[in-house]
Design a binder for this molecule. Structure first.
Ligand SMILES: C[S@@+](CC[C@H](N)C(=O)[O-])C[C@H]1O[C@@H](n2cnc3c(N)ncnc32)[C@H](O)[C@@H]1O
Length: 231
């Protein structure tokens, strides 16, 4: 059995976050979207989201990650759990050009900060560049080309990286955005210190909440699907 506490540092760097937990929770509440679906996870990391989707009866599991260690670790987890998955080592949509999926999930790096290692994670884990949107934008822009007719994407979305901008971007590609759930997450002082100052200034008191030394932020689990197919 995989024991993360006794595993090498790569497994610790890939430990699932509160964002991943919330994503899995929302997906577990929507079994009808998962059962029999051809699934892709963008930025599959540890592979745990794919493992959850495999356990829920997805028809096929594919994943992409820019980190070779993540791909190796995800393959090993999924094999150990008896899931037949295809994991690609690559950048964003490039490994699945021309492929379409029924369900695309993602917990992308989209914290507004430069590419710096934080809390024992790889620099590619959280950083979404100065405005946090370096991966979010191309992800949303590529969805329509990778959707089957009745597909949807379910992703984590920090409230402080402008959800209305994501909505407008999705609409330009004929897609609608719906918030499925909202969660409050603690932001460690070490991570907050790295946040792009203009984002912190603009969002404190809105989506970022400070109580003395303790800081929390809102994030959402959103669904993006072809306009007119929203529940
Ligand atoms: C916040 S982590 C989420 C991982 C996964 N959901 C989990 O809980 O293990 C983001 C993942 O995106 C990957 N990533 C970063 N940039 C990427 C890119 N350009 N293309 C594909 N994956 C990328 C990172 O390596 C990391 O594994």
């Amino acid at each position: 059995m995989l024991d993360v506490a006794k595993s090498p540092p790569a497994a610790m760097a890939l430990r699932p976050s509160e964002y991943t937990a919330a994503l899995i929770q929302v997906l577990r509440r929507r079994p009808e979207c998962v059962r029999g679906a051809k699934v892709l996870e963008m930025g599959c990391g540890s592979g745990v989201v794919l493992a959850a989707l495999g356990a829920m009866g997805a028809a096929s599991l594919s994943g992409i990650d820019i980190e070779g260690e993540a791909v190796a670790s995800g393959r090993s987890l999924l094999r150990e759990l008896g899931h037949d998955a295809e994991l690609f080592h690559g950048d964003m949509w490039q490994p699945v050009a021309g492929c379409r999926f029924d369900l695309i999930v993602a917990n992308l790096p989209h914290f507004p900060m430069e590419h710096i290692e934080v809390a024992g994670r790889l620099p590619t884990w959280s950083s979404g560049g100065a405005d946090g949107r370096e991966f979010l934008d191309p992800f949303i822009e590529g969805l329509a080309d990778h959707f089957t007719a009745k597909a949807r994407a379910v992703l984590t979305h920090n409230a402080f990286v402008d959800i209305e901008r994501s909505r407008r971007l999705a609409a330009r590609h004929g897609l609608g955005l719906t918030i499925l759930a909202s969660v409050l997450v603690h932001i460690a002082a070490e991570k907050l210190a790295l946040m792009t100052p203009s984002v912190l200034l603009a969002e404190e008191g809105k989506s970022i909440h400070r109580y003395g030394p303790h800081v929390f932020a809102d994030f959402h689990i959103v669904e993006i699907s072809p306009l007119g197919t929203q529940d």
